[in-house]
Design a binder for this molecule. Structure first.
Ligand code: MCN
Length: 800
């Protein structure tokens, strides 16, 4: 079935209420901490108070002797058991010929700690309080070492400025890799001939994910059959199992079952293999106990992988008409103390390849240097690389417009790509899109025509008003193995789906995607019900259990509907093919003459027809079955590896009002027009955009992870210091949609789960700058807190 036929099926485009919400709203959700196993013991980690220190001695005797303690483990025990470090990354080799440096990442520190919160010892006791008390008794002697926190300092370390701050022996200059894409010689030549060049330095602020449910793990070991079960708040249980068994613990994969039950949000931060998960699995066998660990919020701040943290210099070359000729970018990316699972892909494949944006920029060159620092590891966080690319490009484009005396929208319109497929100079081929249509609809919904009057009204109140644009494109459906492989990734990321039709015609689907807030139990059921012509209530979606789902790569990179859903569609194709044979047998016709529509099989050119349920029953209760041609059962599995990314795109317009006396900045209007191709459930998609935009506005206005530069202490280690946006920080968002169905998956869908977080930060900051430009403010780094805005106003030079 083609994507256009699919989009016309019943249930597609219907805002059905979420099936899963009954259990969530009635308190019946089953999160990892809700799981209670027999004789469950509790783990607490002793963590480093230093950003960088040598461990001289660890004394565990008192802790071991404390009441209720079952075991205390340190790096020495890990080494004695020959447990490997955590695997280091999905990417690649550096482009300067030197391989990416992959320093060991032990599950418990060995010899050194490298960030505040690094894992030093594991204490297991009968109760959580006993484990906490015993952890206090673990004595560690440290010799503090110089810490490096900012990428600028790490880079300066290459000239000896931060002497003694080398984190890893194999990276004495703290440099992990250099990576580049594009034709530097041609780009330089274009800059030499350009009529206008715009330059910009930007910081993309570090963020802390803060899912509602902190990370949690329960590990259990079954001695009778030498098997492990791990409950974990995780977005990709099969990948977790594969990495843990194959790379770290050396266990046979089939002896480990990983269950990610209900998960209270992840936003990317739960796709990595964390030390806690491995430590508990290892200790469960050593102690022959079920062990639970649930992070408290302070631990989440310290130890969940953080996001963003780029420092970039960007330059755009333009001709007299404002047409983009070439883009040149250098980015320093902060990796934190260790190379986390997907960390090397974020500032490279997922960032540099998106810097062409929705524009016809014929030449692009991007160079990335990635650095180790004494901070928590940095990895994927909603958008992962694509928000950083969009922020850089869209800030630069608005600045080009202002410098050239053009309107922000005008310069964008002049440069939009308008014919497809479009090959960018940075490896991607966009299949389809309509960027001018997104811009036009956004301008209409945002009432851009009324902006001048609104600005005059603000001025009359002594307030400043600005309007900001952002036109984004992102690559979703991560990740086609052919493209990922060509860019240096170690593996592509396909998806698997199994469709099990029961004798009564109801269906259970086992998907490798994992829902942790995205509503898959509803939207995937809509897809299956539409395709088979049955009720949505007749379809159940099972996910998050390696013991039930054949295989899966999990959920991130807005991939689930377009890759996971497409795998299910492929399995449904197989179901239809087999079901037609059964129907042909029942109606004494040839397979080739059977049509299937609206849940009925019919013989073409006759009035003979039978319902889907009758075919399902026959598959399991065969009668005079043609055994030479058919086997009983109706159960099919498919693996789907996409041929390309999907490319959602859109235009976001933000209006802010600023009080110059205090710097307080209020988002007064926010409009988002997106192209997600065919939409399965508009209500769920709108919810995704709302959440993403809220996160993006959070980054732009208030969220900021700050480490003290000299000591590497996390200064924003709680919600008292790390501001998260709340509902009253936002206006009602105005949302619109353009639909150009994806050309290469059977649903025509493009991902929607990250768009809001990608498109919104530059729209907000461009609006802030638009408001402040009359005062002479030319540049501004996120977040636009009242204090920083006020300072920028005080330091501005109106004649600049
Ligand atoms: N959908 C649709 N029509 C489309 C596209 C999507 O109806 N054209 C539906 C899908 O069927 C799915 C939802 O929208 O129910 C999101 O789909 P998709 O864009 O495929 O994204 P994923 O399901 O793969 O979710 C991942 C994405 C990412 S990368 C982050 S980060 C994120 C996000 O989703 N984390 C979230 N949204 C989140 N929402 C919640 N509540 N919690 C998180 O941790």
């Amino acid at each position: 079935m083609g994507a256009s036929d699919f989009s016309r099926l019943p249930h597609i485009g219907e805002s059905l209420l979420r099936k899963e919400d009954y259990r969530f709203l009635t308190g019946a959700g089953q999160y990892t901490d809700d799981v209670v196993l027999a004789a469950q013991s509790h783990a607490v980690f002793v963590r480093s108070p230093h950003a960088h220190a040598r461990i001289e001695r660890i004394r565990t005797d008192a802790a071991r002797a404390a009441p209720g303690v079952l075991g205390v483990f340190t790096g020495a025990d890990v080494a004695a058991d020959k447990i490997n470090g955590l695997p280091c990354g999905w990417l690649i080799t550096s482009t300067n010929g030197a391989p990416m440096k992959e320093p060991p990442h032990p599950i418990l520190a060995q010899g050194k700690v490298r960030y505040v919160g690094d894992h030093v010892a594991l204490v297991v006791a009968q109760t959580q309080q006993q484990a906490r008390d015993a952890a206090e008794l673990v004595e560690v002697d440290y010799e503090a070492l110089p810490a490096v926190v900012h990428v600028a300092d790490a880079a300066a370390g290459t000239t000896g400025a931060v002497a003694g701050a080398a984190l890893h022996d194999i990276a004495p200059d703290n440099h992990c890799f250099k990576w580049a894409i594009g034709d530097r010689t041609a780009v330089d030549a274009a800059f030499a001939d350009a009529a206008h060049v715009t330059r910009l330095d930007l910081l993309n602020n570090r963020l802390i994910p803060n899912a509602i449910e902190p990370r949690a793990v329960i590990a259990s070991y079954q001695r009778a059959n030498d098997e492990y079960t791990l409950y974990v708040s995780n977005q990709n249980p099969h990948v977790e199992r594969l990495l843990m068994t194959a790379f770290v613990l050396g266990l046979p994969e089939h002896k480990v079952r990983v269950i990610a039950p209900d998960v209270g949000g992840g936003f990317g931060s739960k796709i990595f293999l964390y030390a806690e998960d491995v430590c508990l699995t290892w200790a469960a066998k050593k102690l022959q106990r079920n062990i639970k660990w649930v992070a408290d919020r302070s631990e989440s701040f310290l130890c969940d992988a953080h996001g963003r943290d780029h420092s970039s210099h960007a330059e755009m070359a333009l001709d007299e008409e404002g047409r983009f000729l070439a883009l040149r970018v250098h980015t320093d990316a902060n990796l934190g103390a260790y190379l986390s699972t997907f960390a090397s892909a974020v500032p490279t494949i997922l960032y540099a390849t998106l810097l062409a944006g929705p524009y016809r920029t014929p030449l692009v060159h991007v160079e990335v240097d990635a650095w180790f620092t004494n901070t928590a590891p940095v990895d994927a966080y909603r958008g992962a690389g694509r928000p950083e690319a969009t922020y850089l490009l869209e800030r630069l484009v608005s600045r080009c417009a202002w410098e050239m005396g053009l309107e922000q929208d005008e310069l964008r319109k002049r440069n939009f790509i308008t014919s497809f497929p479009y090959q960018t100079p940075v490896a991607l081929q966009y299949d389809i899109g309509d960027y001018p249509a997104c811009m036009a609809q956004a301008q209409q919904l945002a009432d851009v025509a009324g902006f001048a009057a609104r600005r005059a009204a603000s001025t009359a109140k002594g307030l400043l008003r600005g309007i900001g644009y952002s036109s984004y494109i992102e690559a979703c459906g991560i990740a086609p193995s052919n493209i990922a492989g060509a860019l240096g990734a170690r593996a592509g990321l396909f998806e698997c789906g199994e469709v099990r039709v029961h004798p009564t015609g109801s269906v259970t689907v086992f998907t490798g995607s994992h829902s942790h807030g995205q509503g898959h139990e509803t939207t995937f059921a809509q897809v299956v019900a539409a395709r088979l012509g049955i009720a949505v209530e007749s379809v159940d979606i099972v996910h998050g259990d390696t013991g039930r789902v054949p295989f899966g790569m999990g959920t991130y990179g807005s991939r689930s509907i377009s890759v996971g859903g497409a795998a299910i569609m492929k399995a449904l194709d197989k179901i239809e093919t087999k079901a037609k044979k059964i129907a042909a047998h029942l109606m004494e016709a040839s397979d080739a003459d059977i049509d299937f529509a609206n849940g009925e099989f019919s013989v073409r050119g006759t009035d003979k027809k039978i319902p889907f349920a009758q075919v399902a029953l026959t598959a399991y209760v065969p009668h005079n079955y043609p055994l030479d041609k058919l086997e009983p059962g109706l159960n099919e599995t498919a693996f789907y590896d996409p041929t390309n990314f999907t490319f959602p795109a859109g235009t976001y317009i933000c209006e802010v009002e600023i009080d110059p006396a205090t710097g307080a900045t209020r988002v007064d209007r926010f409009t988002a027009v997106d192209d997600f191709g065919t939409i399965i459930n508009p209500m769920i998609v709108e919810g995704q955009v709302h959440g993403g935009v809220a996160q993006g506005i959070g980054q732009a206005l208030m969220e900021n992870c700050v480490y003290e530069r000299e000591t590497g202490q996390l200064l924003t280690g709680s919600f008292m210091d790390y501001a998260m946006p709340r509902a009253d920080d936002f206006p009602d968002f105005k949302l619109g949609h353009v639909c150009t169905p994806c050309t290469h998956n059977s649903l025509g869908t493009k991902g929607c789960g990250e768009a809001g977080a990608i498109g919104s930060p530059p729209a907000v900051i461009n609006a802030v700058l638009d408001a402040l430009r009359p005062l002479g403010v030319r540049d501004f780094d996120m977040p636009a807190t009242p204090h920083r805005v006020w300072q920028a106003i005080q330091q501005a030079n109106p004649s600049a």
